[in-house]
Structures are given as structure tokens and as C-alpha cells.
Design a binder for this molecule. Structure first.
Ligand code: DC
Length: 218
């Protein structure tokens, strides 16, 4: 069995931080799959196209693929804005976009870069669709108000002026779109471990996840 950890959960649940910490601790390679959807959305908006339109979104997929050979477009800090996050959740509702990105994610999971002991992928459908046979599946969640507060602080630390109410409203809209869409909705896999990060520190999250990783991989 492959050493794969699937980590899913809503926006600002702490899954990204946990994935990075866990990857470091276990020497696993990490893929932030949300960055793939953000990068597609980025290409769409750059051309003034509509992220909710299938043809436009597929244009974004092709533009991303054409760009992936050079310095990773996935680490572009411009992907981290709320505007791109919102557009990403629109392209992510389109089945053909998801199909386009599926192989890229499975290839990474099954053949992580040389030197790593395994792969961690974080997103919305990793445990349910991309890697349903992953030996360890975590679903990270937290109360919406707590996630909105985290996101507000993150945006403010980047010098953006945002109100808690506006961030909470956006968070609720994104949760609804990610969870209620017809294709690959956000939901815990039947055999996942659910961790509520509302009252857990970063260190405690890592410690908890490591306990499950030891059980899964020995
Ligand atoms: O995790 P994030 O905020 O970077 O993700 C951006 C959007 O991409 C999110 O609203 C839903 C979508 N997404 C998805 O549908 N499936 C994934 N595996 C990862 C992200």
C-alpha cells in the first residue's frame, strides 16, 4: 500500500498548516491541491474571462498546463487573495475542470518526488475521490466563526482592510458552494478521522495527526 495521507476540510480549517507540519515531520511530499484550482482561476481572470463558464475555465486549465514547466506557478503569492479563492471555488464546481486536474494529483500521490517517504495531499475531495484508498484520511474542521476570525487576521496581516462580518459572510458562501455542489462536494470520507481544530494549537494538531500516522504506517 502507498504511503498517502489525504487531508480534507473547509477553508481556514487549519488543514494547510497541518499538512505542511506533518509533511516536514514524516518527510512526505506535500501538494496543496487548492492551489491548482486557484492557479486555473488566476489564468481565467488574467484574460478577463468568466470562472463560472466551462469553456473559459478549460482555457485556464490549458494555460496552467502550458506554464507548469517553469518555476512553479502554484507558489505565486497572487493566488492567495479572496478574489482568486472565490473564482477557484467557481472553476472547482465544473466537472471537466476537476477531471483535468485529477491525473496530476493521483500521479503526485502515487509517485511523489524522489527522496520523500510518501505524499500528503490536502483539499476537499482527496479522501473521497482522488485517493479513496489512502491508508490515512483526516478531515479537519472548525467552527465557521473561528475560521472567519483566522482568515480575517491573515488578511489583515497582509495589510488588507477587511471586516469580520464581510469575511464571515464570504466564508459561509464558500462553504455552501463547496459543500452543496453536485460534483465532488466537500464531505468527510466514510473512513476518515475527523479533527476539530477550533480549540487546538498548531502543535497539538500535529501531535494528534502523528498518532494516527503511526497507527497507519507503523
Ligand atoms: O483550499 P483553498 O481555499 O485554496 O481552495 C480554493 C477553492 O478550490 C475552494 O473553494 C474549493 C476548491 N477546491 C476543491 O474544490 N477541491 C480541492 N481538492 C481543493 C480545492
Amino acid at each position: 500500500m502507498k504511503n498517502i495521507i489525504a487531508i480534507d476540510g473547509p477553508a481556514a480549517s487549519g488543514k494547510g498548516t497541518l499538512s505542511r507540519n506533518l509533511a516536514k515531520e514524516l518527510n512526505f511530499a506535500h501538494m496543496d491541491t487548492g492551489a491548482l484550482y486557484r492557479a486555473v482561476a488566476f489564468e481565467v481572470l488574467k484574460q478577463g474571462k468568466n470562472p463560472a463558464n466551462e469553456g473559459d475555465a478549460l482555457y485556464g486549465c490549458k494555460a496552467l498546463k502550458g506554464n507548469l514547466h517553469n518555476a512553479s506557478p502554484l507558489s505565486n503569492p497572487d493566488l492567495r487573495t479572496e478574489e482568486i479563492g472565490d473564482a477557484a471555488s467557481k472553476v472547482a464546481s465544473i466537472q471537466s475542470v476537476r477531471d483535468f486536474l485529477t491525473d496530476m494529483q493521483r500521479d503526485f500521490a502515487n509517485s511523489p518526488p524522489f527522496g520523500f517517504n510518501g505524499a500528503i495531499l490536502d483539499g476537499r475531495d482527496i479522501g473521497t475521490i482522488i485517493c479513496p484508498n489512502a491508508p490515512l484520511k483526516l478531515y479537519i474542521t472548525a467552527k465557521c466563526e473561528i475560521r472567519a476570525n483566522r482568515r480575517m487576521k491573515e488578511l489583515q496581516s497582509k495589510g488588507l482592510s477587511v471586516t469580520y462580518e464581510a469575511v464571515l459572510e464570504d466564508m459561509r458562501a464558500r462553504d455552501a458552494r463547496d459543500s452543496n455542489r453536485k460534483v465532488a462536494p466537500l464531505k468527510p470520507a466514510a473512513d476518515c478521522v475527523i479533527i476539530d481544530s477550533s480549540n487546538l494549537s498548531e502543535a497539538k494538531m500535529l501531535e494528534t495527526a502523528l498518532t494516527y500516522a503511526k497507527k497507519a504506517f507503523g
